[in-house]
Design a binder for this molecule. Structure first.
Ligand code: PLP
Length: 481
């Protein structure tokens, strides 16, 4: 196991840079220097490099292997987008540089908003929110502002959320000051229309819906859902995390969504996971445009500018202008694919998921056996003596990242698999072969699965302990050599 950086004591080396302390004392006024020396790791530069390189090799990533984490769209992100986001003229600009000096950056934001409007059918767009969940709360605040302005006498205090929803949906609604009421799914895996009718009332501000939903299924009654919600005077919010499946096929605005967030880091090619920066652009219909966050980017003639003068705006949701370099990656992705390439994304992601699903359907039961969109949900066989967790851990031994597990909550022992459009048939065949072997192991040698993973840097860990017993500062380990 790699030791901690604090456990290196490798000063004796031929490569010794000048004393940092002496330099500090020379250039920094004494009153600004800390009274005591900080306890910093004492490691030679080459050991630092080796240490972090060794740690990076313990990581699993899309660049090292197949990563079928359902709902997360862990697609391969073309490296050219990284190069573009690294260009000095984009990466090096100061957020408060005068507008005249950053016309290119403003043009990029304006044009990306246009691309997103084009693929979604929405009339308004903001790139400011920094993540999907941040887009959700921004969207809910827009809905709140809309209701307040259009009928201030109404008391719409409830947001409806289906029982398949991602946890951020009810959390965002609650954070925006709404009560959350859950709507059931029916036996087909769609939102239950009867339960929706029961839950709709004069107190409902909006329904938050994911389509395709988190079971990987297209909500086939979406037009009826939209009619019921709108007849009730409420708005239809779209969680666009699963937009990958619709890309180039369906415009969410045409399905009746009034507003939707995009996860640029999922659908539009930014490496994600591990809490890195994201972007949760929000698209709206015409009526919600006046409430969009400021600043908005404007174009007059050939000149772009920031507009802070929107009197009905919900205000700022993010410092500066959002995670600009994520927008740069999305922009590069759109330009590289073009309309034709974009149209292929949705189709291929659906084809890949259905291909993989059919290869596995004789080995793993599916709770909703119908055509899937970009992802699908399956479970262990009920007479196996292993859990979904055991299967997920065993998958690591075969060199793949496990799928999302125990989500959506309404499926007992759920495994949620999303291959994405970027994977080849060879990779999916290899993954399917591994899962078929695991299915055989599960029925014959369940112990093997319970001990997994064994071919990984760490074995089975206590999933909850690190969250319950936080160790936030370095303490010399008792077992350290
Ligand atoms: C990822 C995801 C979110 C939240 O997006 P973040 O960018 O992680 O905040 C919301 N809904 C669904 C369905 C998701 O998959």
């Amino acid at each position: 196991m790699e030791k901690l950086i604090f456990e290196y004591h490798s000063q004796s080396t031929a490569y010794v840079p000048g004393s940092e302390t002496a330099a500090r004392k020379k250039y920094i006024p004494a009153e600004y220097l800390a009274a005591e020396e900080l306890v910093l790791p004492q490691a030679a530069e080459q050991d630092v490099i080796r240490h972090f390189t060794a740690l990076s090799r313990l990581n699993f990533s899309v660049d090292t292997g197949f990563y079928p984490l359902g709902s997360c769209t862990m697609k391969y992100n073309p490296k050219v987008n990284e190069s573009v986001a690294d260009l000095d003229g984009l990466a090096g600009i100061h957020p408060y540089a005068p507008e005249d000096c950053v016309q290119g950056a403003l043009a990029l934001i304006y044009e990306l908003e246009g691309f997103l409007k084009e693929v979604s059918g929405f009339a308004g767009m903001t790139l400011q929110p920094a993540a999907g969940a941040h887009g959700e709360i921004t969207g809910i605040l827009l809905i709140k502002a809309y209701h307040q302005q259009h009928h201030p006498e109404q008391k719409r205090t409830v947001i409806l959320v289906p029982d398949t929803a991602h946890g951020t949906n009810p959390a965002s609604a609650a954070l925006a000051g709404y009560q959350v009421r859950q709507v059931k799914s029916d036996s087909q895996g769609d939102i239950d229309l009867e339960d929706l009718r029961q839950n709709l009332g004069p107190d409902v501000a909006a329904l938050m819906l994911t389509n395709p939903n988190t079971l990987g299924l297209f909500e086939k009654n979406i037009l009826e859902v939209s009619r019921l919600v709108h007849d009730n005077g409420a708005l239809l919010y779209g969680d666009g995390a699963n937009f990958n499946a619709l890309l180039g096929l369906v415009k969410p605005a045409e399905l009746g969504f009034d507003i939707m967030h995009f996860n640029l880091h999922k659908t539009f090619s930014t490496p994600h996971g591990g809490g890195g920066p994201g972007a949760g652009a929000v698209g709206t219909n015409n009526e919600l445009i006046p409430f969009l966050p400021i600043p908005r980017v404007n174009k007059k003639g050939n000149k772009y500018s920031w507009d802070y003068q929107q009197k009905d705006s919900i205000g700022k949701v993010r410092s500066c202008y959002g995670n600009f370099l994520i927008a740069v990656r999305a922009y590069a992705y759109f330009l590289a694919l073009g309309a034709e390439g974009i149209a292929k994304v949705g189709r291929q992601s659906i084809l890949n998921a259905n291909y993989l699903m059919h290869k596995l359907e004789n080995y793993f039961p599916r709770p909703y056996p119908r055509l899937c969109m970009h992802e699908f949900v399956m479970t262990p066989h009920h007479d196996w003596e292993v859990s979904t967790l055991d299967i997920a851990k065993r998958i690591i031994d075969y060199g793949f990242h496990p799928p999302t597990i125990y989500f959506p909550l309404i499926v007992h022992e759920a495994m949620m698999i999303e291959p994405t459009e970027t994977e080849t048939k060879e990779t999916m065949d290899a993954f399917a072969a591994a899962l078929v072997r695991i299915a055989a192991e599960a029925s014959r040698e369940p112990e093997l699965l319970k001990k997994a993973p064994q071919n990984s840097p760490v074995g089975r860990i206590d999933e909850a302990r690190a969250g319950r017993q936080l160790i936030l500062k370095y303490e010399k380990r008792r077992d350290a050599r």
